[in-house]
Design a protein around this ligand. Structure first.
Ligand code: IPM
Ligand code: MN
Length: 345
């Protein structure tokens, strides 16, 4: 029987609520698919700062280091970027697939959504999030700056991963760039330079502004979308609008050793926090990505199937509830209990 060491970092806001829900579901999956879990909780973000004086304490880093994966909730400030950098989680994947029962929740018409299956591949440990930055003052006044710097090798290593993914999928790789204004960051040329081992993948460079527009006009066109850190952040929220709620999306951040952290795409949601009404599906989907990474594919598949089944019965958290007769509004705990029951159907 396989045993996995899991580090859980709930963080704050709805992070703790959705992570609690996800751990219950994960423990149930462990029973069904006969693996075991050794779960350790760690502090990150505000609570870490309050108790240990640091947003990403060394204690937490050590806990992560000795585990097979990190389940992360959300933080509002501090800790997250340090964690990503510390373990060189440069590969961030964010799958976007509309669910059949939720086609009416999208900002787009259902006919535009059927068959949409996107995979955002976002560079996560470099670019403007990590470049030289600061505040200063000169004769024109106070100023601030952040620098977008990428080593060619940083772009090439994520390009190889995106090419691989495209090859396993529909063989189209769209590369987000902004070469008309940022010519020293030649994303498309660097990706093409890595493409020799992937002759059947079509590479489609696209200006990121055009890409944002095309994602709304014709999302069915796309397959894998590669983007740098900032552009990938912005585009992946657009993905949330496509499927009806950002609360549905999960993400995986992986390093070169295959070690990863798994988190919902949404944040702490201060407006929902403490009310017990957050949608846990984004975190369930993050758990699904973790299970895939661990090779527990049946368990991952169960998560996907169960959400389709449960949503088809009309159960909705507040973000997806529109007061129609076929819908039943439930809170996070009830949704999670129903989800667990549904896994056994
Ligand atoms: C995300 C989040 C983070 C990011 C924030 C919280 C720093 O928006 O994971 O998409 O921008 O990477
Ligand atoms: Mn974001």
């Amino acid at each position: 029987k396989k045993e996995y060491q899991l580090t859980v970092l709930p963080g704050e806001g709805i992070g703790t609520e959705v992570v609690d829900a996800a751990v219950l579901v994960l423990q149930e999956l462990a029973k069904i698919y006969q693996f075991s879990l050794d779960i350790n909780y760690g502090l990150i973000g505000k609570s870490a700062y309050q108790q240990l004086g640091n947003y990403f304490p060394e204690l937490t880093a050590k806990l992560c280091q000795n585990s097979d994966g990190i389940l992360f909730g959300a933080v509002s400030q501090g800790g997250l970027l340090e964690l990503r950098k510390r373990f060189d989680f440069y590969l961030n994947v964010r799958p976007v697939r509309p669910l059949l029962s939720l086609l009416d929740k999208s900002s787009l018409k259902a006919e535009k959504l059927i068959g949409v299956d996107l995979l955002f591949v976002r560079e996560l440990v470099s670019g403007i999030y990590f470049g030289a930055a600061g505040r200063g003052k000169d004769e024109q006044g106070d100023y601030g700056y952040h620098t977008m710097k990428y080593y060619d090798w940083e772009i090439k290593r994520i390009a190889r991963f995106a090419l691989q993914k495209a090859q396993q999928r529909k063989k189209l790789l769209t590369v987000a760039h902004k070469q008309n204004a940022l010519p020293h960051l030649p994303w498309s040329a660097l990706v093409k330079a890595e493409a020799h081992n992937f002759p059947d993948v079509k590479i489609e460079p696209m200006l990121v502004d055009t890409l944002a527009m095309q994602l709304v006009i014709n999302p069915q066109h796309f397959d894998v979308i590669l983007a740098g850190n900032l552009f990938g952040d912005i585009l992946s929220d657009l993905g949330g609008a496509l499927v009806g709620s950002i609360g549905l999306l999960g993400s995986a951040s992986i390093n070169a050793n295959g070690f990863g952290m798994y988190e919902p795409v949404h944040g702490t949601a201060p407006d929902l926090a403490g009310k017990g009404i957050a949608n846990p599906l984004g975190t369930f989907n993050a758990v699904g990505l973790m299970l895939q990474q661990w090779g527990e594919n049946q368990a991952a598949q169960k998560l996907i199937q169960t959400q389709e089944n449960l949503l088809a019965k009309g159960y909705r958290t507040a973000d997806l509830y529109s007061q129609t007769e076929s819908e039943i509004l439930v809170n996070t705990k009830t949704f999670t209990n129903l989800f667990i029951q549904e896994m056994y159907q």
